[in-house]
Write a protein that binds this ligand. Structure first.
Ligand code: C5P
Length: 221
């Protein structure tokens, strides 16, 4: 059986990373969380107190930053310049600034280069915003995961409450809408559904059902 390249795109909170991780495990594939890469770079820019409007500086930063996704048992670690930042990149401060960093063309160019390199062996599940359209246009399977914004906000809210954070549902919803808007309207590689993607609406599905649907799609290839 051929090792597939599976691209999963969609807006924030549609369940991409949860589902992609499970599918990768079931198939024995590598899981590549491209959002984590943009998050890691954003964390670095924030920690250096960079002006996030300074595209030139962010471009140079991207080229001089080492980002690795490392599998350690059950965990997928994000290593930024040799340091484990797996937890920090999920901070709200990062979530609320990442789209501004991710719209910089030079930043994208560098991340896409790294992502294609990671995928070249095949047998990968990659999730993001531009995987089926730009990063891996020849992917064997392209899935576009969606869900209502209410449902996506509720999932993020539940996750953060679980982590013991003090959050507000309406505020999370507003942040998701804002982030999606920047991602959809940027000039380079905007969030959009590939023409040959299969759309899966997860609003009324649980994780197991979404996984099953995607595995069924894989079987047909
Ligand atoms: O997937 P996640 O929500 O962690 O992604 C964080 C942000 O990174 C997105 O909102 C988007 O701005 C950016 N991103 C991107 N292209 C990707 C993956 C993520 O622009 N392929």
């Amino acid at each position: 059986e051929k090792d597939l390249v599976i691209a999963i795109d969609g807006p924030a909170g549609a369940g991409k990373s949860t589902v992609a991780k499970i599918i990768a495990e079931k198939l024995g594939y590598i899981y590549i969380d491209t959002g984590a890469m943009y998050r890691a770079l954003t964390l670095k820019a924030l920690s250096k107190d960079y002006d996030l409007e300074d595209e030139q500086k962010l471009g140079v930063l991207a080229e001089s930053t080492d980002i690795k996704l490392v599998k350690a048992g059950e965990d997928n670690l994000v290593i930024l310049d040799g340091e484990d930042v797996t937890e920090e990149i999920r901070d709200n401060k990062v979530s609320n600034n990442v789209s501004v960093v991710a719209k910089v063309p030079k930043v994208r160019k560098e991340m896409v280069r790294l992502q294609r390199n990671m995928a070249k062996s095949g047998g990968v599940v990659m999730d993001g915003r531009d995987i089926g359209t730009i990063v891996l246009p020849a992917a064997d399977i392209k899935v576009f995961l969606t869900a209502s914004v209410e449902q996506r906000a509720q999932r993020r809210y539940d996750e953060l409450i679980d982590k013991g954070e003090d959050v507000n549902l309406e505020q999370i919803k507003a942040e998701i809408i804002r982030r999606d808007n920047i991602d959809k309207n940027r000039e380079v590689a905007p969030l959009t559904e590939a023409e040959d993607a299969i759309r899966v609406d997860t609003t009324k599905l649980d994780i197991g059902q979404v996984v099953e649907e995607i595995l069924n799609i894989c079987q047909e290839v």
